[in-house]
Design a protein around this ligand. Structure first.
Ligand SMILES: [Zn+2]
Length: 263
């Protein structure tokens, strides 16, 4: 009897704990709130930046910030136009370039973006940066970190832990956050499911288009990535589909993104 009530309340929690992804409308699990996650992400972001080092290349840094702010503004307008501004509560966007020769970039919950100098030759210019930026911002807007953390709670932890994670036990909440988001190591960042990656690609195309960047650049960027041999770094490559299928998926999503494209 006790088990049944636990199952019922878990089912109730899952039904209740649902959110809708902006742009795609997909339903996703939500067992923790952004007000719990964002402060942890912000703290973690500060730690990463302190380890840095922040790039001294002013030209590249300016490009990353320019593209970031342009996409941020476009996204904020889109969210306002669709009465979704509440979803951005607690967001405080930052765009930084870290001096490390790794082909990677990521965005933490709440809009904390980092690019590594190693990805800049593949990006080449603002347009290439916009491909990566759109994808990373999409992860944050789609709350993929929160979704992953919620799934982790259901699959790995028990009911009691879910209760704890929902605010009763801050240190346990933080521990689960670190495990879910995979922020143990300096470069170990958000590892998302393949479904999340494909969704971020699709939303990212739309975001770059809204900011005035031609989404036709995205398959070209991934052709360049393929040519570099693009090996095994976290977030940006690990759980992604193969370059080939990714390029095909992106090409198929371009007509939809072009509807948002403003030159
Ligand atoms: Zn990704």
């Amino acid at each position: 009897m006790k088990n049944i009530s636990i199952i019922l309340s878990l089912a109730g929690l899952i039904l209740y704990g649902c959110a809708t992804v902006p742009v795609t409308g997909r339903k996703q699990l939500k067992l923790v709130s952004n007000s719990e996650i964002i402060p942890m992400a912000t703290e973690q972001y500060k730690t990463v930046l302190k380890e840095g080092p922040i790039s001294s290349n002013q030209e590249q840094t300016a490009m990353v910030k320019t593209v970031g702010v342009r996409i941020q503004k476009a996204v904020e307008k889109y969210m306002a136009d669709n009465k979704l501004s509440k979803e951005l509560e607690g967001f405080a966007w930052e765009f930084n370039l870290i001096e490390q020769d790794v082909v990677n970039a990521w965005c933490m919950p709440g809009g904390k973006v980092a690019f590594y100098t190693g990805i800049m030759p593949v990006c080449r210019d603002e347009l290439g940066i916009a491909v990566v930026m759109g994808h990373e911002v999409a992860h944050a807007i789609a709350n993929h970190g929160r979704e992953r953390m919620s799934k982790g709670l259901v699959t790995q932890m028990g009911m009691s832990t879910i209760g704890a994670a929902m605010g009763q036990n801050p240190s346990l909440t933080k521990q689960i956050f670190m495990q879910s988001i995979g922020m143990g190591s300096q470069l170990g960042m958000l590892k998302f499911s393949r479904q999340n990656e494909s969704e971020a690609d699709k939303i990212g195309l739309i975001f770059m288009a809204m900011a005035g960047y031609d989404p036709n650049e995205a398959p070209k960027f991934w052709e360049r990535m393929k040519a570099t041999g693009g090996g095994g770094t976290p977030e940006f490559l690990s759980t992604h589909p193969s370059h080939e299928s990714r390029i095909e998926e992106l090409k198929a999503a371009i007509p939809e993104a072009m509807k948002y494209y403003k030159k």
